[in-house]
Design a protein around this ligand. Structure first.
Ligand code: ZN
Length: 685
């Protein structure tokens, strides 16, 4: 993945939401995406020596021109384009909401979903009443034994409560879907928040306790009861966190693999009624399930034995109200913002309601909204030119693999087979998801969210036992991001990430290859990084490297890990370069591939100097300007613990220090900060 990405379940808990403002909504919805070029000289700071700090040189002007808006936790080129997209989508949604359309049609579904979300008076009037059925079901729980069907029901409407479940590709047979369970159940963004002992982590836990208490108070508990309840939630979550994998462990697909028989699951967690659970989820019949990590599920069982039913009611009540907070009345929305966005990420202000509503629509009906989006922004010419760029980057990768002096011919052959097996998915899916069975009502916002979630959950569970659908996408078309999937062996570029200033059809190849070419190369190399190298051309978990090559590969990636471990994020917090290794290696490899492909694509074109910058310089400035950004310190702290991507500055400077082509382009000399000494130059691809 190219950019930090908040997983769907985390979005529910830590949704970047804002309270409804009292002012009437300003109608400034975009009828077209605003244009900004993929290389902007006014975004540079030419007073800085590019050989001393290339990021500052390329982005200093942008940073000055673009302070972080009060409702954002960071503000960068990607984030700005995403906000432009939201504004553009708002125009589509407002028009749909005014159109009379047949029930179940795309226009009706997205229009009514958006209109219901914007109907603040109705949402305010309902208050916590919207959750009556769920809360009543929790109150009625009689014993721990009855927990399973209720957990299933809450997971259907809400996502991951207590643990995560769904279908997944069989790690040994990537053409087949199997059932899977994985760790979850926490209210803080990572297990480390519960286990670390530094003052900041302790402070965060204290602040979280107050947040949990506040949610109970808003739900009607007296202050002293709410405080006691918060402690119960914290105790259960701490036990679950301690038994959870760290993020670094979770990067290893072998640690995520643990296929067992259903009967063995019943032995591992005997105090949970699994048959009742799967019946309530209406999953297809199956025999094998992936359960990872087992330590977590053992702890779930220990908790089930130890905690009385009253404590489970408390735990479920908190997670239900907390997760639904973004869709409830303003008091809940405000508390969700105060903790999840203001305290944890440093946002100063709530996002306007329309923006949240566009994001909810994109999340729950993304391929309906996406159809309207691509019609307007993704022409067949744009598709053809980006497909051509992808092909050229792949050719460059084949050429590089052929030339690697450290890889044996056997491994090279396997690598080339894998490269040829990659599916390129550009813009949008060939076949759109059909939401017509989801009832979307104009007067029932929470119900729409629940039915949308339930549709997606059933769609996911129904894949168990089915062959894999290779046409499926994991991102919606307006998303400003891209990804590679090791098990699918495909790269995915939504239309949203192929817009200016990232891919700029009006601009020449130099900045476009530096920018989007680098992103394509980035995703491509994920197929061959320390994780991708564990999956073969078909996406099966099988090491295809010789032992000797693997060792050489690890020596080379260790060079990258050692380099990034030197970089400080905030105070004395350094990059956890074991967590960011895959992304750092992809950033470096991607840019090298983009450079090779760009030279091939333009070799007879007679490139010119523009604005006093040579073509080579423009390639690298185009690269740096993909990630110009400002970020709040709180958000940097959170990302240092949870995000596999390095901070923007190091994603640029950490790459160019290893590229002799860069040093040549700017005539940088040995010993300058942007030139690694020869013994420390890292080179993987
Ligand atoms: Zn990535």
């Amino acid at each position: 993945m190219k950019k930090p990405h908040i997983a769907w379940s985390a979005l529910l808990v830590l949704a970047l939401v804002s309270l409804a403002s009292a002012q009437p909504p300003q109608s400034v919805a975009g009828s077209a995406l605003p244009y900004s070029p993929s290389l902007d000289v006014s975004s540079m700071d030419k007073s800085i020596d590019p050989c001393v700090d290339f990021y500052q040189y390329s982005c200093g002007g942008w940073q000055k021109k673009n302070p972080i808006p009060p409702d954002q936790v960071s503000w960068g080129v990607y984030g700005k384009l995403y906000q432009d997209n939201l504004n553009f989508l708002r125009g589509i949604l407002e028009a749909a909401a005014l159109t009379k359309a047949a029930n179940g049609s795309v226009t009706q579904e997205i229009g009514d979903f958006y209109a219901a979300c914007m109907d603040e008076p109705a949402i305010e009037k309902l208050g916590l009443g919207a959750l009556k059925p769920e809360l009543a079901a929790i109150v009625q729980l009689k014993s721990t034994h009855d927990l399973a069907p209720l957990v299933a029901r809450l997971q259907l409407n809400l996502g991951g409560i207590l643990f995560a479940s769904g279908s997944r590709q069989d790690p040994d047979n990537s053409e087949q879907q199997i059932a899977g369970l994985s760790q979850g159940g926490l209210g803080l963004p990572d297990r480390d928040y519960y286990t670390k002992d530094d003052p900041k982590s302790k402070e965060t836990r204290e602040r979280y306790l107050l947040h949990v208490q506040k949610i109970f108070e808003l739900s009607g508990d007296a202050a002293d009861v709410a405080k006691k309840n918060a402690e119960t939630v914290m105790r259960i979550e701490t036990a679950l966190a301690t038994a959870s994998m760290t993020r670094v462990e979770g990067r290893d697909p072998y640690k995520r693999k643990n296929k067992i028989k259903l009967a063995d699951l019943e032995q591992l967690v005997p105090d949970f009624d699994w048959p009742a659970y799967f019946r309530a989820l209406k999953t297809p019949q199956f025999e094998i399930i992936n359960v990872a990590p087992p330590s977590f599920f053992k702890e779930v069982n220990a908790r089930l034995k130890e905690e009385p039913i009253e404590n489970w009611k408390t735990y479920l009540r908190f997670h239900t109200v907390n997760s639904y907070s973004p869709y409830l009345s303003s008091a809940f929305v405000q508390e969700n913002f105060d903790f999840g966005s203001r305290y944890m990420r440093g946002a100063k202000e709530l996002q306007p309601r329309w923006r949240r509503c566009v994001q909810f629509t994109d999340r729950d009906l993304g391929e309906a909204l996406g159809q309207a989006y691509v019609k307007k922004v993704f022409s067949s010419e744009l598709k053809a030119s980006t497909v051509d760029m992808v092909r050229r980057i792949e050719d460059a990768m084949a050429q590089r693999i052929g030339q690697l002096d450290w890889m044996s011919p056997e491994t090279k052959e396997q690598a080339l087979t894998k490269l040829r097996g990659i599916r390129n998915k550009i813009g949008y899916p060939d076949k759109w998801r059909d939401y017509s069975s989801v009832k979307i009502a104009r007067n029932d916002f929470l119900g729409n969210v629940q039915r949308g979630t339930e549709f997606e959950r059933h769609r996911n569970f129904n894949k168990i036992g089915q062959p894999v659908d290779h046409g499926e996408w994991g991102m919606t078309p307006p998303t400003v991001n891209a990804y590679y999937s090791g098990q699918m062996n495909d790269i995915n570029f939504p239309a949203g990430v192929l817009q200016p200033p990232l891919y700029d059809a009006k601009m020449d190849d130099a900045p476009n290859y530096g920018n989007t070419g680098g992103t394509i190369g980035h995703e491509l190399t994920h197929g061959f990084d320390d994780q991708g190298a564990k999956f073969d051309a078909k996406g099966n978990l099988r090491d295809w490297w010789t032992k000797d090559d693997k060792q050489k590969f690890e020596e080379r990636t260790k060079c990258v890990a050692d380099q990034y471990a030197q970089y400080a994020v905030v105070d004395d917090i350094h990059i956890n370069s074991r967590l960011t290794l895959g992304e750092d290696v992809a950033d470096l490899g991607g840019e090298i591939l983009a450079y090779v492909a760009w030279q091939g694509a333009t070799k007879d074109k007679g490139l010119k100097t523009v604005d006093g910058l040579t073509p080579e310089q423009r390639f690298f400035i185009g690269f740096a300007q993909w990630d110009c950004s400002n970020e709040r310190e709180e958000n940097m702290r959170l990302r240092a613990m949870t995000d596999p991507h390095s901070p923007s500055k190091y994603r640029i400077n950490g790459v160019v220090v290893n590229m002799p082509d860069f040093a040549r382009a700017f005539a940088c000399k040995a010993g300058q900060p942007m030139v690694n000494p020869p013994a420390k130059v890292c080179k993987v691809w």
